[in-house]
Design a protein around this ligand. Structure first.
Ligand code: BJW
Length: 232
């Protein structure tokens, strides 16, 4: 794409689907066994912490067992080779972008492999379980929760995301349904700032009409082909 220097890429659960991680809103998706309000709100955590900790303890183990797929691999290649600005804003809590080698990654909805101490505000890498209420390595309190952004909470690093969107020449959305804000509004913000927009998804997202171009198919086909075009 001519004239493109600054790129913002938004990724969602669809990019990790071919790594074996479930999406949220598919028929067999993650919410099927758990209603969203039972696991992904601070109110749910206060009401039934064990249910929520068990849900994220299981997700953490699935993530550790998964491997990056060609979509993660080729985005990491683009990150390594692209001279202009590039930011991968992921809604995903897995670490597959990083394990594929991407460096310019921002986790706006938090990370499964991080635990947040609600007593002292410290964050720690966590590959085990929180259901058994381990002590915080910093302060010793048994007050660790998943470092995840739930409904009603503020996503991380919004200032940095909005700044990148305001400078973007190209906004690319990969494998997200466009059902959850503020991420669902990024395409409008990027377009208002003058960026072109491209959607790569198995099916059209809810905000599909905002995109200049939509390509439909599995991320592991579409992303490598698009990256090849960008680096040609
Ligand atoms: C493939 C594929 C393949 C499959 N290849 N593609 C009323 C109106 C508007 C907004 C609100 C409202 N009421 C409340 C709100 C705000 C609320 C919200 O958006 N609610 C909606 C339900 C309406 N949002 C919030 O509360 C957020 N905070 C907030 O707004 O703070 C205030 C604020 C104001 C102003 C500025 C900034 C902030 C917080 C949202 C937190 C979301 N948390 C979750 C769970 C935690 C993380 C976790 O457990 O993993 O994040 S919800 C869940 O949805 C998760 C995901 O990151 C997120 C998005 O899902 P995603 O990734 O799009 O997955 P799916 O399953 O929906 O879609 C997958 C897609 O992949 C599909 O399109 C498939 O086709 C595709 N696909 N296979 C390519 N192989």
């Amino acid at each position: 794409m001519d004239g493109v220097r600054n790129i913002v890429i938004l990724t969602g659960a669809g990019i990790s689907a071919e790594s074996g991680l479930k999406t949220f809103r598919a028929e067999d998706g993650l919410w099927e066994d758990h209603r969203v309000e039972d696991v992904a709100t601070p109110q749910a955590f206060r009401r039934d912490p064990e249910l929520v900790q068990r849900f994220y303890d299981e997700r953490r183990q699935s993530i550790l067992a998964a491997e990056p797929n060609p979509a993660h691999d080729t985005l990491a290649r683009l990150d390594g080779e692209w001279d202009g600005e590039l930011l991968i804003v992921t809604q995903n809590i897995d670490d597959l972008h990083e394990r594929a080698g991407a460096k310019r990654v921002l986790h706006m909805h938090g990370e499964a492999l991080s635990a947040w101490c609600t007593a002292c505000d410290a964050r720690h890498r966590c590959t085990g379980t929180l259901l058994d209420r381990p002590p915080c390595p910093a302060c010793g309190a048994s007050a660790l929760r998943p470092d995840i952004v739930w409904f009603g909470e503020m996503p991380y690093e919004m200032d940095r995301i909005f700044a990148a969107l305001s400078r973007a020449d190209l906004f690319v959305s990969i494998g997200t349904s466009g059902a959850v804000y503020p991420a669902a509004g990024f395409v409008q913000q990027a377009k208002t700032a003058g960026a072109r927009s491209l959607e790569l998804n198995l099916e059209r997202s809810q905000g599909s009409a905002w995109f200049d171009e939509t390509r439909l198919g599995p991320a592991s086909d579409l992303v490598p082909a698009w990256v090849e075009e960008m680096l040609r």
